[in-house]
Design a protein around this ligand. Structure first.
Ligand code: PLP
Length: 396
């Protein structure tokens, strides 16, 4: 069948909530995807920062196949081995205390919000606690997650949303202070803003927020769904700042393609928040999803994936800086590790993304004017050269 026919048939039956690019992918290998007509694409989007290990990474597929042969699902009414293993590895990698597995990032955010509210409720039994979130943030599309997403365009048609949310400016400590009241129970932010336009957090800002949180017993929730799992050069981006959150959310690369998320609590929060009856999900902690998580942590360690990011990221940054230098349509580079953005001026970023795709290169956009690069963490300098070559061909 022709790609056009697949697309038309899809549009007939799938609700049109995405303006999809005109390509139908069939398979992947390493850092490349192939469409149904056999065309090759270099993937610097990684399924939106999901495929950290690329496609068919050594032993990853086999671990999933082995788990399928054992059992895929059992429910949370019982224990299972992969859930224990995955949680142990997530706790070890983060130095935090307890894990709740979800099926997506959005659900991890929902759980984090509930844990924070319960923690505050335990102290005073008040039901009007407030959460401070950031402008230009992105935390998901369900009503709770959307309520803390600082993008009026996403929110408008779905009001009334969850109450008690106030917005402050990212990297502006005074604006956070201005929103704090006696009712504030949590401050939620991405350690590196992704969808909003690739904005890294300033160290003084994070340290300042943490200080306020400790002083007032407000919980700090760091959303590591996109920037976590090694992408910025440490397993979790906050580890580079030496500031541990009270609650962390994970998803995207956590299962490297299998839909899974988690929220992780520190000791203090785990001890005094959610208890049996407070929260649940049928699929969460599913043996299949957790076998993926467990294997991902093993492979990250065996192959020193984070070390590779730290070693290779300076090359990517240098190449991107050269692009900014050379081409007027790029005015700046922002980002950390393998989470990079080029600020585009003078032409719509969507057009650039589309042209790159036609030329066999997958890149993404972020915010209104940022070209986003979130490649698999296993890319080499050669892949980076190929990316630059393909992008330059589109610019000229
Ligand atoms: C993608 C994303 C989410 C939402 O995750 P889903 O798995 O799409 O529900 C939340 N926060 C951040 C920072 C994200 O990048």
């Amino acid at each position: 069948m022709k790609m056009n026919e697949y697309m038309e048939r899809t549009e007939q039956v799938v609700l049109h909530t995405y303006n999809r690019f005109p390509v139908v992918f069939e398979k992947g290998e390493g850092v490349h995807l192939y469409d149904t007509e056999g065309k090759e694409y270099l993937d610097f989007g990684a399924g939106i920062a999901v495929f950290a290990l690329g496609y068919h990474y050594a032993d990853y597929d086999q671990a999933l196949k082995d788990q399928i042969d054992k059992v895929i699902h059992t429910s949370n009414l019982f224990y299972n081995v992969p859930m224990m293993e995955a949680a142990e590895k997530l706790v070890k990698a983060s130095g935090m205390s307890k894990v709740f597995f979800t099926n997506s990032g959005t659900e991890a955010i929902e759980g984090a919000i509930k844990a924070a509210r319960k923690y505050a409720w335990n102290k005073d039994h008040a039901t009007d606690h407030e959460i401070i979130a950031m402008n230009h943030s992105f935390h998901g599309r369900s009503v709770g997650a959307l309520s803390v997403t600082g993008n009026p365009h996403y929110q408008e048609a779905f009001k009334p949303l969850m109450g008690g949310v106030k917005f402050a400016d990212y990297n502006d400590l005074d604006s956070v202070k201005a929103q704090i009241t006696d009712k504030t129970c949590a401050i939620i932010m991405e350690t590196l803003q992704g969808e909003g336009g690739i904005y890294p957090m300033e160290e003084s800002f994070l340290k300042g927020v943490k200080e306020i949180c400790e002083e007032k017993d407000i919980l700090l929730i760091l959303d590591e769904i996109q920037c976590g799992m090694g992408r910025t050069g440490s397993m979790f981006a906050w580890q580079q700042y030496g500031v541990m959150p009270d609650i962390m959310t994970c998803a995207k690369a956590l299962g490297c393609g299998v839909p899974v998320g988690a929220f992780v609590l520190n000791e203090k929060t785990a001890k005094a928040s959610l208890v049996p009856g407070d929260h649940g999900t049928t699929y969460g902690g599913n043996p299949f999803a957790c076998a993926a998580v467990s294997k991902v942590f093993d492979l990250f360690e065996e192959h020193d994936i984070v070390g590779h990011v730290r070693k290779t990221a300076p090359y990517l940054e240098k190449k991107l800086d050269e692009l900014v230098e050379k081409h007027d349509c790029f005015t700046a580079r922002r980002g950390k590790g393998f989470m990079q953005g080029l600020v585009v001026s003078g032409r719509p970023v969507g057009e650039l993304v589309k042209a790159a795709l036609a030329n066999g290169l997958i890149v993404l956009s972020a915010g209104s004017d940022v070209l986003r690069l979130v490649p698999p963490l296993v890319i080499t300098e050669k892949d980076i050269d190929e990316m630059v070559e393909k992008l330059e061909a589109v610019l000229s």
